[in-house]
Design a protein around this ligand. Structure first.
Ligand code: ADP
Ligand code: MG
Length: 277
């Protein structure tokens, strides 16, 4: 069977290791529900979500529009308090965690300041926080621009960049806080197909370089399969987790994978899973 439930997804060796020392959870989502008051009825955006996201994993959340993906990311990052349940981050309440550390957040729209250069856009969060001296901030920003391969574009303005480059700026800005958790809400949804595929390999490289835990929301199955260790499939009305699937060949960062028969077949299985009632 190509799609295995999460608990069967590890190899026997991994199972032994995890029995001895369980994988440390970066994010624990416990019995989280979220309802919004509507005009006619209450919208059950999320019902009883339970999910453990281990450190340094790349997890995708997929599902149709309206199944609560963005709501779940906002709850994880404490932008929205859940109606029920709690989220713990590295064993702390998410409020306590945020006192010590920030989440990196990347949205579909790069949301850069048009009148600021690439350098200034990446520096802005650090400048607002008053983090480090100007010289230290400069070193850090140059290091981040190097990481996202935009070192030659520090003095450019957003309008002078392609969509993919703007998203790289947005990723560099999200990493300026030195987060260990990166939350991404359909970050490549507005990019053309070729740029999007390029960004997949870039993201895998950045994820490896920084040892991040990534939670990546998408409605693209192929994107989820190419990038993730595990894929959380959600269903709408009410928003809930339908299944957790392990990718067969996670993160080989090899474009040839897209034509691999097993990959194609896993994609077909996932598609069926999303469409079944
Ligand atoms: N602030 C809000 N007020 C009322 N309803 C909301 C709000 N945010 C989201 N919803 C509703 O919650 C459901 C889930 O939304 P969302 O998390 O944006 O889904 P997704 O990101 O999967 O498309 C939708 O029915 C949406 O209309
Ligand atoms: Mg959304």
């Amino acid at each position: 069977m190509l799609i295995k439930p999460a608990e069967e997804a590890f190899s026997p060796i991994e199972q032994t290791i995890s029995a001895i020392s369980p994988l440390r959870a970066a994010i624990e989502i416990r019995n989280v529900s979220m309802s919004f008051p509507g005009k006619r009825a209450t919208v059950e955006a999320l019902v009883d979500i339970n999910l453990n996201i281990p450190e340094n994993r790349f997890i995708s959340i997929i599902g149709r529009s309206g199944c609560g993906k963005s709501t779940l990311l906002r709850i994880i990052s404490n932008l929205l308090p859940p109606t029920k349940g709690e989220v713990r981050v590295h064993g702390l309440s998410s409020v306590e965690y945020q006192r010590r550390k920030k989440f990196g957040f990347v949205f579909q729209d790069a949301s850069l300041f048009a009148w600021k250069t690439v350098f200034q856009n990446v520096e802005l969060p650090l400048a607002i926080l008053g983090a480090g001296s100007p010289a230290e901030r400069r070193d850090k920003v140059l290091d981040l621009l190097d990481l996202v391969r935009l070192d030659a574009f520090a003095d450019h303005y957003p309008a002078q960049l392609s969509g993919g480059m703007r998203q790289r700026v947005s990723i560099a800005r999200a990493l300026s806080y030195e987060p260990d958790i990166l939350l991404m809400d359909e970050p490549f949804g507005a990019l053309d197909d070729l740029t999007r595929k390029e960004m997949h390999n870039e993201l895998i490289r950045i994820w490896n370089a920084r040892g991040l835990t990534v939670v990546f929301v998408t409605h693209s199955l192929s994107e989820a399969l190419y990038l993730s260790d595990q894929i959380v499939v959600m269903a709408p009305r009410p928003g809930r987790i339908k299944s957790i699937v392990s990718a067969l060949n996670p993160r080989v960062s090899d474009p040839a994978l897209r034509a691999n028969p097993e990959y194609v077949s896993q994609m077909r299985d996932l598609e069926a899973l999303i469409h079944e009632q």
